[in-house]
Design a protein around this ligand. Structure first.
Ligand SMILES: [Zn+2]
Length: 450
């Protein structure tokens, strides 16, 4: 075997945990060189400069190469793939967004759940991971970015017909709050269609420059304004913010469904004011109850849900214009936000690499429910088994988990009338017995299949 083949062979043992493939097949290895003296050097080209495990990749590459007996020195450089020009037709029509690689929408069904604070802290955590970041505050009626950050210069100016974004601690910023109110009272008089137009205009005529992630703080709600924005803006992924009150779960579902209509995957759910951490004994008190998180995993297969505690510090710092992740970068909250940022980066990398590995689900009268995996392999689940495993509120009592469905009442010849993808990780099935509220995460279906 040639030395180059030996090197590549060693590197093939390193698997990208998010993409599920080895780094050689993924085309990450560039500029591979080696010489007579046994010196090896190469670059690992990652999908994003914000890769949360880039140092691990580097160490593992060095170890793998050093294991070759003839190697005397290893040098591993890290880089990130450049954005492919014109990859997104929607971006090509928006001059200010041309060099923006990914847009992350931070959304909530209601106001007052800490959405903007989450967006800002997520953005600064993404920057900490190594990305070039911007924040766009799309809330026309109640822009909050101007109070959450404190840029020294708040004056906007144009260059080549593009608005120059403001900047604070290395992040580019734009908000209606920075735009001087015109004659007639500004935003308050605008109605729906005007609002989306104005938001889109401010977003696309801001000269964002080269960005890895642009975080958009969406206006609260799941109505027409939000739906139109999701259509106009090429969003890579959504993060939904909520609180733990009883009705909030319904809100999260509405949010997932809104983005889903336009094929924008929801990659994380953040629950604010989730618990109160007692300063005296360090115990967590779930004042508003618990359980939404487990329901998200069970019903939608969303693994990335995060709980942010009720902490006076967050809002006190927010009001002073310093996001908590900057004010206390080594604190517990900063670590939580860094976890959220890491999961967003990893999910986006998975989306970019040919989508998430979700099976195709169909029904075949002779065979049953057919799950076709990414590689073409098929698994079959019996419709009656799947119907009996329904976890909807009619089939399982919501808080006790007591089964309400008598398995014997499900006929063996039951079949699905329709199967529709729901969010990124689940399908909704409507059954021949009239039951139509079943949602199954792919994980659950795979477990039920043979
Ligand atoms: Zn059910």
């Amino acid at each position: 075997m040639s030395r180059e083949a030996e090197i590549l062979d060693q590197l093939r043992s390193i698997i990208d945990p998010d993409l599920g493939k080895d780094i050689v097949s993924l085309g990450f290895i560039k500029n591979l060189r080696h010489d007579e003296a046994g010196r090896v050097s190469f670059t690992v080209e990652l999908t994003t400069p914000a890769c949360p495990i880039k140092e691990q990749f580097k160490t593992r590459c060095e170890e793998a190469i050093r294991a070759l007996p003839w190697v005397t020195a290893v040098e591993v450089a890290l880089s990130a793939r450049a954005r492919e020009a014109g990859a997104n037709p929607l971006l090509a029509r928006a001059p200010g967004l041309e060099k923006v690689r990914h847009i992350i929408a931070v959304s909530s069904c209601k106001g007052g759940v800490g959405k903007s604070t989450t967006a800002v802290n997520l953005a600064y955590s993404l920057a900490r991971l190594g990305g070039r970041i911007g924040i766009f505050d799309a809330d026309v009626y109640g822009p909050s970015l101007p109070t959450l950050v404190s840029p020294k210069n708040r004056e906007l100016f144009m260059r080549n017909e593009l608005i120059q974004p403001l900047e604070f601690e290395g992040i580019r910023l734009m908000s209606f709050g920075f735009v001087p109110a015109g004659p007639g009272g500004g935003a308050a008089i605008m109605r729906g269609p005007m609002v989306t137009q104005v938001i889109n205009q401010l977003l696309t005529t801001t000269e964002w420059g080269e960005l890895d992630y642009l975080v958009i703080d969406f206006p609260p709600g799941t109505g027409d304004i939000q739906l139109t924005l999701t259509q106009l803006i090429p969003i890579t992924a959504a993060v939904i913010v909520t609180t733990p009150q009883q009705l909030s779960f319904v809100d999260v579902v509405k949010g997932i469904q809104m983005f889903d209509k336009l094929k924008v995957p929801t990659v994380a759910v953040v629950e604010n004011m989730s618990y109160f951490l007692c300063p005296d004994n360090g115990k967590k008190y779930y004042v508003f109850g618990q359980g939404a998180r487990q329901k998200l995993i069970d019903q939608f297969g969303i693994q990335n849900s995060f709980e942010i505690p009720l902490e006076p510090e967050i809002s006190r710092l927010s009001d002073s214009g310093t996001p908590v992740v900057l004010a206390d970068p080594d604190g517990r909250l900063a670590k939580l936000y860094l976890d959220i940022a890491s999961s967003v980066v990893r999910e986006v990398a998975r989306i970019e690499h040919g989508g998430l590995a979700r099976p195709k689900v169909s029904f075949s009268a002779g065979r049953g429910i057919v799950l076709t995996l990414a590689g073409g392999e098929e698994r079959i689940a019996a419709p009656a088994d799947v119907r009996r495993a329904c976890r909807c509120a009619h089939c399982i009592e919501e808080f006790s988990g007591r089964p309400l469905l008598d398995p014997a009442s499900v006929p063996d010849n039951i079949y699905p009338r329709s199967i529709t993808p729901m969010g990124n990780y689940a399908v909704a099935i409507s059954w021949s017995d009239g039951h139509s509220s079943s949602i199954y995460p792919y994980d659950q279906l795979l477990k039920l299949a043979k």
